[in-house]
Every structure is written in C-alpha cells, then in structure tokens.
Ligand binder design. Structure first.
Ligand SMILES: [Zn+2]
Length: 214
C-alpha cells in the first residue's frame, strides 16, 4: 500500500478541512517515515525477496512502527503535535490522529502477515500484495474516492480544481516509480528514498492547499 494511504488524507481533509492538507498527508505516512529512519539506523529490518509477488519487501521486523500498540502511540503523538505545536482545533487534531492510525488499517489489507498485534507477537496481514492486480485496483480506487471528496469540498468552497489534478498526477507518477524494482536493496538507500518521497509528497500537499493571504 503506497498511494492508497493518501485516500485517508484526502477524505479527512474533506470531512475536517481546518487541518492543513500537509498534516493529513504526512500523518497518513507517519509510521512509514519513522520506518525509513529506523531501517536506516538498523533498528527495524527488511530484506528484498524478488520471488515475492506484488511487493518484494520482506518486512520481518518492525515492532516500533508497525505493531498495533506502536501505531496507537504514533497516532496520539501526531494528534498532540498538531494540537500543541500547530494549535489546531481539537476535532482537527483528532482527525490527524485518525489519519495516522488509518495507515495500519490499510497496511493490514495488503501486507503479508508482518504486522504485530503486540510488540514482537501475533503477526497479521491479509496479504492482498499476493494478488498484484486487485491490490493496485484497491489502491487506485481508494485514492479516486478520496480525491473526489477533496474535489467536492474545493468545488463547494469555490476553489480551483487544478491543485487536485496536479496532486493526483504526482501520486500516479510516484506509484509508477514504486512499481519499478528498487534501485538499491540496502537499508540506507531504501529508508532514505522512502523518506525523501514522503517529504516531497508532503511539500506538494502544502503547495496544493496553500491559501493566498487576503
Ligand atoms: Zn506502512
């Protein structure tokens, strides 16, 4: 699951527009940004197995970012950060927290059993990655729904739809790049390129959602 996570960001923006889009976009990938850092540090582990269908990632150790209790803590941290650092309204902070948590629910659909229900225990995952075509269809379908909700919100507010189209075009390009075989199988290049992509998409979300000062 990659661009599908942004469906949650766009849906959250449509339901609670008082949080800037970039907080939902970074939020929906927050635990993968943490994963990139911990992979680079050698704390969490991944290996490439080219024989695997769909995603070639064998994510055999990621208790601090992708276990259920860890995601609850990341979600709380995200909500508290936007509440107290960005001073967002409570409801907006709750929705940012939900966007962080949505990552785990969507990962649960596609991952092979590598998501722990407790630290180091009870790995789950419905394994849609084993069926690459339906997996892509689910991701793109979810993203289309989220984008439609966001476009509806902007249309109702009398805002331009160009940012929606530009943001989607970027995500499609990123998704195509993500389907190519990884450039390097070493943890530093995998974690580093993941973080770089998530930050670029976050920056694009900031640009797409910017309001001109009156
Ligand atoms: Zn993930």
């Amino acid at each position: 699951m990659f661009v599908g996570h942004y469906a949650a960001s766009l849906a959250a923006k449509a339901i609670e527009p008082r949080a800037p889009l970039w907080t939902y976009v970074i939020g929906a990938q927050l635990i993968d940004i943490g994963w990139g850092g911990l992979i680079m540090a050698g704390v969490e582990k991944v290996r490439i197995d080219p024989t695997l269908p769909g995603s070639s990632l064998d994510l055999y150790h990621m208790p601090y970012t992708h276990s259920l209790p860890a995601v609850v803590l990341w979600s709380l941290a995200g909500a508290l950060a936007v509440r107290f650092v960005l001073r967002l309204p409570v409801r907006a902070a709750v929705f940012v927290g939900l966007a962080v948590f949505s990552h785990w629910i969507l990962d649960l659909l596609v991952h092979r059993p590598d998501l722990e229900l407790w630290f180091g225990d009870g790995k789950v995952g419905f394994g849609l990655w084993n069926y690459p075509v339906p997996e892509q269809a689910v991701e793109i379908g979810l993203l289309a729904l989220g984008a439609a909700a966001w476009a509806w919100l902007r249309g109702r507010a009398g805002q331009s739809l160009w940012p929606v189209l530009a943001f989607l075009a970027l995500l499609v390009a990123v998704q195509i790049a993500a389907m190519l075989p990884p450039l390097g199988g070493d943890p530093v290049s995998m974690g580093g390129s993941a973080i770089a992509v998530y930050l670029v998409v976050g920056l694009a979300a900031w640009a797409a959602d910017r309001r001109k000062a009156a």
